[in-house]
Design a protein around this ligand. Structure first.
Ligand code: NAD
Length: 249
């Protein structure tokens, strides 16, 4: 996995959690990496931070143009920016559905269509979307979030089919419960965060949460020429949750 040398990568939502771990790993492995985020300030050299909101087409176009100019091209796009939502279909009003879809699904569409012309010029073009086990697991209290990730999964397959003859591979990772600031915020909102964390860990097949670095490792594999014959797949990074047919509740 050291052969990112000379490759240029863009990571959306790369200032925190899974995206940040991915950006750092790709840079460590030799890639030049730009990060697109609502708030890129946590990102330091050698990562190139660009402010962008994936729900705003003009902002994405501007930031991608600046990032690609700074990188000197583009080989790898990591569509990772995403937000959560809790509840059943009775709990979220229409505008909340539109808001979360706008980030999790249309954010990928907007970023990808601006990046495709640059990826076509690459000999090692790869797109990796951050999906979730929620796409296929049937998680309780996650109707809206699951639907967005189901769409990300379908989009991954459709994009893989559309661009395979152009030499652009498209895959996704399906993380389980990952120890990121996002999950930290959810735990902090519980009456007893430590007890909630212990219960969450106990529900994992491995007895622990997945680390952001472990998801980054899977993303890096799918982004690298090592997976050159792999496209249209979802790689689970969930501590065995799906493979062992277990469901978080
Ligand atoms: P996080 O909140 O730590 O990081 C998400 C990043 O995305 C933040 O830096 C945020 O600023 C950025 N972002 C959010 N909205 C944006 C927008 N409109 N435009 C640009 N950037 C935006 O979250 P994380 O846990 O690292 O999650 C990253 C991805 O992983 C998401 O797509 C999420 O659905 C997915 N995921 C997370 C878990 C988990 O357990 N943490 C599990 C499965 C999938």
């Amino acid at each position: 996995m050291s052969d990112f040398e000379g490759l240029k990568a863009l990571v959306t939502g790369g200032a925190s959690g899974i995206g940040r771990a991915t950006a750092e790993l790709l840079a460590e492995r030799g890639a030049r990496v730009a990060v697109l985020d609502l708030d890129p300030s946590p990102v330091d050299e050698p990562l190139l931070g660009h402010r962008a909101d994936v729900t705003d087409d003009a902002s994405v176009r501007e930031a991608v143009a600046a990032a690609v100019a700074g990188l000197g091209g583009l080989d790898v796009l990591i569509n990772n920016a995403g937000i959560g939502a809790q509840g059943t279909v009775e709990d979220n009003p229409d505008d909340e559905w539109h808001r979360v879809y706008d980030v999790n699904v249309l954010g990928i569409v907007r970023t990808t269509r601006v990046c495709l012309p640059h990826l076509r010029a690459s000999a090692h073009a790869a797109i990796v979307n951050t999906c979730s086990i929620a796409a296929t697991a049937g998680l309780p209290q996650r109707a809206l979030y699951s639907a967005t990730k189901g769409a990300v999964y379908s989009l991954t397959l459709a994009m893989a089919a559309d661009h395979v003859r152009e030499g652009i591979r498209v895959n996704c990772v399906n993380p389980g419960t990952v120890d990121t600031p996002w999950v930290g915020r959810l735990l902090d909102a519980a009456p007893d965060p430590a007890a909630e964390r212990a219960a969450l860990e106990a529900r994992q097949p491995t007895g622990r949460l997945v680390s952001a670095a472990e998801v980054a490792g899977a993303v890096a594999y799918l982004a690298s020429p090592l997976s050159g014959a792999t496209t249209g797949t979802a790689l689970a990074v969930d501590g065995g949750m799906q493979g062992l047919r277990l469901r978080p509740v």
